[in-house]
Design a protein around this ligand. Sequence first.
Ligand SMILES: NC(=O)c1ccc[n+]([C@@H]2O[C@H](COP(=O)([O-])OP(=O)(O)OC[C@H]3O[C@@H](n4cnc5c(N)ncnc54)[C@H](O)[C@@H]3O)[C@@H](O)[C@H]2O)c1
Length: 253
Amino acid sequence: MGSRLENRTAIVTGAAQGIGAVYARALAAEGASITIADRLDGAAVAHEIREGGGRAQAVETDITDPHSVEAMVGSTLEAFGRVDILVNNAAIFGNLRATPFEQIDLDEWDLVMRVNVRGAFQCATAAVPVMRESGYGRIINISSGTIFKGTPFFLHYLSSKGAIWAMTRGLAREVGGDGITVNTIAPGYTASESVLNDETTWNLVRERMNSSRAIARDQLPEDLTGSVVFLASDDSAFITGQCIVVDGGSAVN
Ligand SMILES: NC(=O)c1ccc[n+]([C@@H]2O[C@H](COP(=O)([O-])OP(=O)(O)OC[C@H]3O[C@@H](n4cnc5c(N)ncnc54)[C@H](O)[C@@H]3O)[C@@H](O)[C@H]2O)c1
């Protein structure tokens, strides 16, 4: 256990499983108290963190519902007294299937935008007043390396993650004076639970993805934890409005 985030509290959205759960464990291992905010039940992840000596709670949250998002922040304050770090990780991702752009269903387009873009915006909007009060905040938005590569057949997803990157830049300027930084992590294709569950796609693209990288191997969720802890910590205090692409050197210009 490290102590880089001692006395800090983090909300990690979409952390009941997948990469979000890995972020939650990594932040807890550095001493942060964690709220696992997911539509799914995050009790098992919270329990595991507590068993390991950390502090964590699971709060069932729909990031598109303003009341739910307020409750997420409220219960974090109640349990831990602060909100220092927000990791906007929840997204519609794992269930999406490759679809030519003309065939993307409009309802699916709207859902992806509502969750991935508006959801992240709503979580930031709810967390910033609390961060402003303490004069400290770290917002980490999860985009995707696909936006720099123009990956085809996921145009709604790509557009939503491009918006996340643009939102990062604009929000960083609005809250910089309050001691709040806003940055983005853009992961490459990562062997998360939902990616591995779709065995057909994994087998189809795995080798192509690996050989596109300067570091030609599978990307694991753990490859992302160093960046999230760094951006959550004091070490990144003068870094804001930036994007760290963590993909083994696949999206290099
Ligand atoms: N795995 C990859 O290859 C990869 C690559 C680049 C970026 N990403 C991004 O990383 C993040 C995590 O990826 P993952 O593979 O673990 O994805 P995932 O689809 O397995 O997990 C997303 C999580 O978000 C939660 N969620 C969805 N809608 C929600 C809502 N309305 N309210 C609250 N929670 C909600 C889900 O329940 C789920 O636990 C996502 O933002 C994804 O877009 C993933």
